[in-house]
Design a protein around this ligand. Structure first.
Ligand SMILES: Cc1ncc(COP(=O)(O)O)c(C=O)c1O
Length: 437
């Protein structure tokens, strides 16, 4: 097998090191550094840095590149659009790609009812707007957010986010009327069976009649790739129906095929009222969306929703090309194949190291392993997690961590990754874990 990785220097190489020096004096140190190298170019599932080192990308720019870097359809669509016009502001002078994208999303998002869509620039903005819409529709102020949740870094999205360090520390006060409720976490509890009782206990402290919306990730992303079991999502749907609460599924990380279906909620049969999208929707161009029931989406007064760049024509053209790529290349099937292989490889790693690979979990191609100091105590092992990611990088594999305790290794590779690249990446992961034993 010909290797795809090509590592010519220590990582970071000399050119990346020099750029890092400039970064330190030019860019706020508040922006974290997950990997220390600088990108030169990327194609499919391979990313080459400025020193000529080529990596297999198991991160996809945090789940953005499901269709792969530089998919030719996305590149062509953007080129074609950039030559016609780049910006008008949708509600100043309208354009067709925005309408077409809304039509496509209204078809793709689950729910056998009339839907509407609205576009913004990012995931956090999608969440902000879904909350605005739900409040406007219900006339109620409160929002339920789950343990382990991540919804973004703007004030409402950050308030809904669970983990304090680094996302919330020093940034308060947060938005009022956000209530944190338990989420299922089979490995650490509550289990699928215990969850609803824990949720109901928490709800005793909240005036349910004041709740506008519940915002749920069908699989927790940043929180550690923890699936919200189907039966729990179904119970949550029933609870929301009983109390007139808008159910918002945050599909920003899970969407666009990551779990093997276009949207992760489809596994459960649950139909949310509103769905937020971003990340892989744009194939690398910044765009977010809110899609949902027409009566909810249309309840907002005219002019209540908007932003200068939202649904920018370049981003809409890219998103339409992404949807075409899914259809033409049957990327959902590929996501399932890639996911099964990644899960099997992680299980083999766990079999070799049952003492510290505590859990292997996920859905479709959204797979992760949780590392602990020992299987009994389940004490999170953030240090070993960091060592493994650093060792894999030296061998040419870009990996990302996740989890409330930063002790989860997750994979978000493009679905267009070749079988050889996938095997090579998984072998590097295995060697990095072995070396950390
Ligand atoms: C589930 C979820 N919601 C919201 C966001 C925020 O998206 P963005 O970083 O585009 O603002 C993220 C980003 O990781 C996410 O995973």
């Amino acid at each position: 097998m010909l290797e795809s990785t090509r590592i010519k220097t220590e990582i970071p190489g000399p050119k990346s090191k020099a750029l890092m020096e400039r970064r330190r004096s030019a860019v706020s140190s508040g922006v974290g550094i997950a990997t220390p190298m600088f990108a030169q170019e990327a194609k499919g599932a391979l990313l080459t840095d400025v020193d000529g080192n080529t990596f297999i990308d198991f991160g996809g720019g945090i789940g953005v590149m499901n269709v792969g870097h530089a998919d030719p359809r996305v590149v062509e669509a953007v080129k074609e659009q950039v030559e016609r016009f780049t910006h008008t502001c949708f509600y100043v002078t309208e354009y067709e790609p925005y309408i077409e994208l809304a039509e496509r999303l209204n078809e793709l998002v689950p729910g056998d009812f009339e839907k509407r869509s609205f576009f913004i620039n990012s995931g956090a903005e999608a969440v902000e707007n879904a909350v605005k819409i739900a409040r406007s529709y219900t006339g109620r102020p409160a929002i339920l957010a789950f343990e382990n949740a991540f919804h973004g870094r703007t004030f409402m999205a950050m308030s809904l986010t669970s983990k304090a360090n680094p996302y919330k520390k020093t940034f308060g006060p947060f938005a009022p009327e956000v209530y944190r409720v338990p989420a299922p976490y089979p490995y650490r509890g509550p289990s699928e069976e215990e969850w609803f009782a824990a949720f109901e206990r928490a709800m005793v402290n909240i005036d349910v009649g004041s709740v506008a919306a519940a915002v749920v990730e069908p699989v927790c992303g940043e929180g550690g790739f923890i699936p919200f079991p189907d039966s729990c999502l179904q119970k949550l749907r029933e609870f929301c129906d009983e109390h007139g609460i808008v159910l918002i599924a945050d599909e920003i990380q899970t969407g666009f095929g990551r779990t093997g279906k276009m949207f992760a909620v489809e596994h459960s049969g649950v139909v949310p009222d509103l769905v937020t999208t971003a990340k892989s929707l744009g194939g690398g161009l910044p765009i977010g969306g809110v899609t949902g029931r027409a009566e909810i989406m249309d309840s907002v007064h005219v002019g209540g929703l908007g932003t200068t760049y939202g649904g920018n024509p370049l981003a809409c053209a890219a998103a339409l090309a992404v949807i075409r790529a899914f259809e033409e290349d049957d990327l959902l099937s590929r996501a399932n194949v890639v996911g099964e292989r990644a899960r099997a490889a992680m299980r083999e790693i766990q079999d070799r190291h049952p003492d510290f690979v505590g859990d292997v979990r996920g859905r479709g191609a959204m797979v992760a392993m949780e590392l602990v100091k020992d299987a009994e105590s389940k004490t999170p092992d953030k240090e070993r997690t960091g060592e493994i990611v650093a060792a894999a990088l030296q061998e040419g594999l870009l990996l990302l961590t996740a989890g409330q305790f930063s002790n989860v290794i997750r994979v978000l590779m493009p679905f267009v990754i070749t079988d050889d690249e996938l095997e090579e990446g998984l072998a590097i992961l295995g060697r990095a874990v072995d070396a950390a034993a």
